[in-house]
Every structure is written in structure tokens, then in C-alpha cells.
Design a protein around this ligand. Structure first.
Ligand SMILES: CC(=O)SCCNC(=O)CCNC(=O)[C@H](O)C(C)(C)COP(=O)(O)OP(=O)(O)OC[C@H]1O[C@@H](n2cnc3c(N)ncnc32)[C@H](O)[C@@H]1OP(=O)(O)O
Ligand SMILES: O=CC(=O)O
Ligand SMILES: [Mg+2]
Length: 559
């Protein structure tokens, strides 16, 4: 029997007055399996909070997504991007700054990143790094189990109760030093979490991830000396940053936490956002912990947004390096903007990972990582990402040698003057080759196959491949077919050619992988994406129904 009740205590929100729980939870349903562990995360109190977030912010989220569609329509007509005239005053005003770095975020020279399965959470926290970005986005396949167990693992890790045994191996958190500061990357505004509905609508995945992590852990994190810190992915405008800021304010008020306790580092990983860096920091300023160069999604976004324009055709993925003009301009502008505003300018992810069975190839891969980190620290970045614990010491050596201070806010890069033309300078040397086409197909198929099995990050040809890197591969194939470009050997890349190579590879990969693999399902979806015709806004949205299993419906009131 459920009895109607109200509460105004801490559990239901201190500062928002009495909350009628039954009323709030009416029309809120959980469609994923629940057990006692799940309920620890998805408690009635947490669900009330999620419902409040959704009802307050989802309409605005949808309106902002619609703005993306409208902007795309303009670009498809041949219009371009530029710095916004209406926010010139924000860019030109020297007086405002972002918040000073929060506890645990002053020095973040190396950040390990990775999915939130229990083993990786322990391994990441034990790595020799300053911070750990626990990822619900690019390296995560958002099955219900992954989302809920990920939240549970972080909940336990924060309370240092995450130790476990797997086979003969015991996993336990180090006790010999302070653990890296935890930063949670919530999913982007474009995604939904279909296993929870509010008023018949799937809840925003961003609000679900943020809301659960915040509600369950914010006070505990503060008690332990850091705070509720987030990475905010894939935004396309400062208005989307404003929505995050509004969310943060409501969340802090709701539990009676001081405004400004939450921090968000925004990934500048879309081309429209590159034109709004100042504005994004400004919107979040009391909650800002800087910007990050999300290089892979950025390349994806450049191709996606300008996909109808033949001037934006890029050569093989391996030729699109961090030093080509448009990437170099983006890095420099980001560092200059952040340091002018007193916030961190974080570097990104080199895709190389250790090669265990070939020392020579491993040395070459590690040299690549070292060179990338050296470029970052010399450019003025305050820290960088590593994909694997074995890369931590390489990145730390480079930053320790070249960055004696906790960060480089003093590196103002007054020498840098980036224009819209610089950000859109597609003068990228390199060729389109059959090898490049095959590699892109291999990456797309391999990544999607793993994702369909619930694995959001995979090694392919000794590179880390995740949702962002796979999107680059997918979008390049689309773009090359769409514009009918020739390969270096003079072969025109058309639909028939792309499909022939796709099926050859899918058959080969499926044969090698044996029973139970998902290559043919991956190929079925990929086929629609490489013909230069249909183009899904995101691969992950295209595939999402394959990994969702809305099952028994539990009215949230029964939690
Ligand atoms: C574009 C972007 O968004 S980048 C950010 C998102 N991407 C990422 O974060 C990449 C995360 N990295 C990974 O997922 C993995 O490193 C992979 C998939 C690339 C390679 O994984 P594997 O082939 O399993 O690596 P490998 O076998 O060498 O791992 C060795 C050990 O290190 C651990 N490990 C590897 N990467 C990580 C990581 N990022 N965090 C924590 N532990 C890790 C493994 O769990 C394994 O542990 P074990 O010895 O206890 O079994
Ligand atoms: O999230 C990071 C990226 O490179 O994309
Ligand atoms: Mg990304």
C-alpha cells in the first residue's frame, strides 16, 4: 500500500520546501530490472530528484536540440559559422573570470579516463595520475547494467568500499597516497535514458547521469575534501552551457549545498562550440573548471556539420593530426581563452595504447604519445588525458619536466590571434587511400560490434577506439562517397565500392570472431551510413534500441 506523504527534510530536498513524494512520482516509471543494489542508487529520494530535474529542464533541452537542427539547415545551405555578434561584449570584457580551481582540481596534469566497470574504476584510481575522468559518454555503451553498475561502482569507490575479487586476482584501492580526484562525465544532451520515463517521456541521459551521481555523492565528496565534479560533453552552444548551469544551481539548492560547489569542465568538441568558448565559460563561470580539447569528437563535428560542403573533405584519418591548421588553431584559441579567464585548458587523448607483443612497435607508439604530450605542455595546456594506466608515467614525465607549476595559467598566449578562417582552414595535407577506407570500415565495424555487446571502448590495431573515434571513421566514409572523391590510385569512392569493401570486411571479421558475434548487425547499420545518403546524427543514437531492454515496469512510487 502506498500512503501519500510530504517531507521537507534533507532526504527530499532541504531548500525547495515540502515535496509531495507521491505527487512527484506519479507518472515516473523505471523500465529496467531492479534489485537491492540498484535500489541503493535509484532510491525513491534520488528518483524524486531526477523527476524534478527532468520536469524543470527537459523542454529547454529539446528546444536547444532543435536549434542544432536549425543551425545544420543553415550550414547545409552553404552558410558558415562565425563568432556571435550578440555576445561580443562577453568576449571583449576582460573583467570577468571563471571560478578559482576547486579542491583537488588545482593540479590536474594527468587525467586517466575510462569506462566505469568495477575493475577499471579500481585500476584508474590506483593509477599514478592526478585526476580520473569516469566516463558515461564516449567509452561507455549505455546498457541499463552499465549505467546502474557504473553509478554503483563510483558510489562505492567514493566511500572506499569498492574492493573485490575476480578469479585469483584481488582488486583493492591503494592506501599509500591520496587517490586521484574523481570527475564524472555525464552523457551529452542529445541522449535519452530509455529505462526511466517521466510523464511518458524518456528521461534526458545527461540529467539521469548527473542527477544520480550528484544526489548520491555530492555531500560525501565534499566531506572527503573534493566535490561533485563533472565533464560536460558534446555541447554546441553557450545556451547549452547555460542549461547545465541552471541544472547545477537547482541541484545545489535542492540539497542545500553552496552554489559554486559543483564544477564542470566543458569539452570543446564540436565546431560550433569553438566559436563560443568565452561564452561557455561565462555561462558556467562560478561552476567552471575550464575547457578540454576533445579532439576526436571535434574532428567528427567538423565533418558532420560541413558534410555537404566539398571543401571540407579530409584525407585519411591518420593524416588529420593535431598540427594541421584547423586543429592547431582550435588548441591555441582554447588555451588562450581559458588562461585569460583563469581556468584550466586541458589537453586530450592520443589514441595509442601499449603494444604488448612487439617491443619495437610499442616504442614507436609510446614515442607518439610522448610527442603529443610534449606538444600539449609546450602549447600551454595545464594537463592531459591518458587512455591506459601504462601511459600515466609517460605523460607525467613530460608534464613534470615542462610544467614546474601546478598549472600554466600564467601562459597567456598573447601571441595568438585566431580568426574564423583559422578555425575553418581545411588545408590538410594527405591522401585518401584504399588502406584509409579499409581502416575506417574496420574501426566502424569493430567499434559497433563491441558496443552492441555492451563494451564502449575497444582496442583495434593498437589504438583506443571509442564512440568519438568511430564517428570520425564513419563520417569520413560518408563524406568520401557523398563527394565521390578519388583515392590516391585514382579509384572513385562510390556507394558500390564502399558496400563491397564493407561486406568483405564484415564477413571476414564475423568468421574470425566465431559464434555470438555482432558483426552482421553492425554491418546492417553501418551500411546505411557509408553510402553518402542517410547520415545519423550520432551512431550511438542509431544503435541505442539494440542495447535497450525496457522490461518490467516499476512505478517509481514502489521503489
Ligand atoms: C575520445 C575520448 O573520449 S577518449 C576518452 C574515452 N576513452 C577512454 O577512456 C579509453 C579507456 N581505455 C580503455 O578502455 C582501454 O585501455 C582499452 C579498451 C583501450 C584497452 O583495453 P585492454 O586491451 O583491456 O588493455 P590491457 O589489456 O592492456 O589492460 C591492462 C590492464 O589495465 C587496465 N586498464 C586499461 N585501460 C584502463 C583505463 N583506462 N582505466 C583503468 N584501467 C585500465 C585493464 O583493466 C587491465 O587491468 P587488469 O590487468 O587488472 O586486468
Ligand atoms: O572526448 C574526447 C574526444 O576526443 O572526443
Ligand atoms: Mg568526445
Amino acid at each position: 500500500m502506498s500512503h501519500s506523504h510530504t517531507t521537507s527534510g534533507r532526504d527530499m530536498g532541504r531548500n525547495v520546501g515540502p515535496v509531495n513524494v507521491d505527487q512527484v512520482l506519479r507518472d515516473v516509471n523505471v523500465l529496467g530490472p531492479l534489485n537491492n543494489q540498484t535500489k541503493k542508487i535509484l532510491s525513491k529520494e534520488a528518483t524524486v530528484f531526477l523527476a524534478v530535474l527532468h520536469r524543470t529542464f527537459n523542454a529547454q533541452r529539446k528546444a536547444l536540440l532543435q536549434r542544432r537542427v536549425m543551425r545544420q539547415a543553415e550550414l547545409d545551405k552553404g552558410n558558415t559559422l562565425d563568432f556571435l555578434p550578440e555576445t561580443k561584449h562577453v568576449r571583449e570584457n576582460d573583467a570577468w573570470k571563471g571560478a578559482p580551481p576547486a579542491p583537488g582540481l588545482v593540479d590536474r596534469r594527468t587525467e586517466i579516463t575510462g569506462p566505469t566497470d568495477r575493475k577499471m574504476v579500481v585500476n584508474a584510481l590506483n593509477a599514478d595520475v592526478w585526476t580520473y575522468m569516469a566516463d558515461f559518454e564516449d567509452s561507455n555503451a549505455p546498457t541499463w547494467d552499465n549505467m546502474i553498475n557504473g553509478q554503483l561502482n563510483l558510489y562505492d569507490a567514493i566511500r572506499k568500499q569498492v574492493d573485490f575479487k575476480q578469479g585469483e586476482k584481488s582488486y583493492a584501492l591503494r592506501t599509500d597516497r591520496v587517490l586521484p580526484t574523481l570527475i564524472c562525465r555525464a552523457r551529452g544532451w542529445h541522449l535519452e535514458e530509455k529505462h526511466m520515463t517521466v510523464d511518458g517521456e524518456a528521461i534526458s541521459a545527461s540529467l539521469f547521469d548527473f542527477g544520480l551521481y550528484f544526489f548520491n555523492n555530492a555531500e560525501e565528496l565534499v566531506k572527503r575534501g573534493t566535490g561533485p565534479y563533472f565533464y560536460l560533453p558534446k555541447m554546441e552552444s553557450h545556451l547549452e552551457a547555460r542549461l547545465w548551469n541552471d541544472t547545477f544551481n537547482l541541484a545545489q539548492d535542492y540539497i542545500g549545498m553552496r552554489r559554486g560547489t559543483i564544477r564542470g569542465t566543458v569539452l570543446i568538441e564540436t565546431i560550433p562550440a569553438a566559436f563560443e568558448m568565452d561564452e561557455i565559460i561565462y555561462e558556467l563561470r562560478d561552476h567552471s573548471s575550464g575547457l578540454n580539447c576533445g579532439r576526436w569528437d571535434y574532428i567528427f563535428s567538423v565533418i558532420k556539420r560541413f558534410r555537404q560542403n566539398p571543401d571540407f573533405v579530409l584525407p585519411d584519418r591518420s593524416a588529420v593530426t593535431m598540427t594541421v591548421p584547423f586543429m592547431d588553431a582550435y588548441v591555441k584559441l582554447l588555451i588562450k581563452t581559458c588562461h585569460r579567464r583563469g581556468v584550466h585548458a586541458m589537453g586530450g587523448m592520443a589514441a595509442q595504447i601499449p603494444i604488448k607483443d612487439d617491443p619495437k612497435a610499442n616504442d614507436a607508439a609510446m614515442d607518439n604519445v610522448r610527442a603529443d604530450k610534449l606538444r600539449e605542455v609546450r602549447a600551454g595546456h595545464d594537463g592531459t588525458w591518458v587512455a591506459h594506466p601504462a601511459l600515466a608515467s609517460i605523460a607525467a614525465d613530460v608534464f613534470n619536466t615542462n610544467m614546474p607549476t601546478p598549472n600554466q595559467f600564467h601562459v597567456r598566449r598573447e601571441d595568438v590571434h585566431i580568426t574564423a578562417n583559422d578555425l575553418l582552414n581545411m588545408n590538410v595535407p594527405g591522401k585518401i587511400t584504399e588502406d584509409g577506407i579499409r581502416k575506417n570500415l574496420n574501426i566502424g565495424l569493430g567499434y559497433m560490434e563491441g558496443w552492441l555487446r555492451g563494451v564502449g571502448c575497444v582496442p583495434i590495431n593498437y589504438l583506443m577506439e571509442d564512440a568519438a573515434t568511430a564517428e570520425v571513421s564513419r563520417s569520413q566514409l560518408w563524406q568520401w562517397v557523398k563527394h565521390g572523391v578519388p583515392t590516391e590510385s585514382g579509384k572513385k569512392v562510390d556507394k558500390a565500392y564502399a558496400l563491397k569493401l564493407l561486406h568483405e570486411q564484415a564477413d571476414e571479421l564475423a568468421k574470425k570472431a566465431g559464434k555470438g558475434n555482432k558483426y552482421q548487425t553492425a554491418a546492417k547499420y553501418f551500411e546505411t551510413q557509408v553510402t553518402g545518403e542517410d547520415y545519423a546524427e550520432f551512431l550511438t543514437s542509431l544503435l541505442y534500441n539494440e542495447i535497450t531492454s525496457p522490461s518490467e515496469k516499476t512505478p517509481a512510487a514502489k521503489l
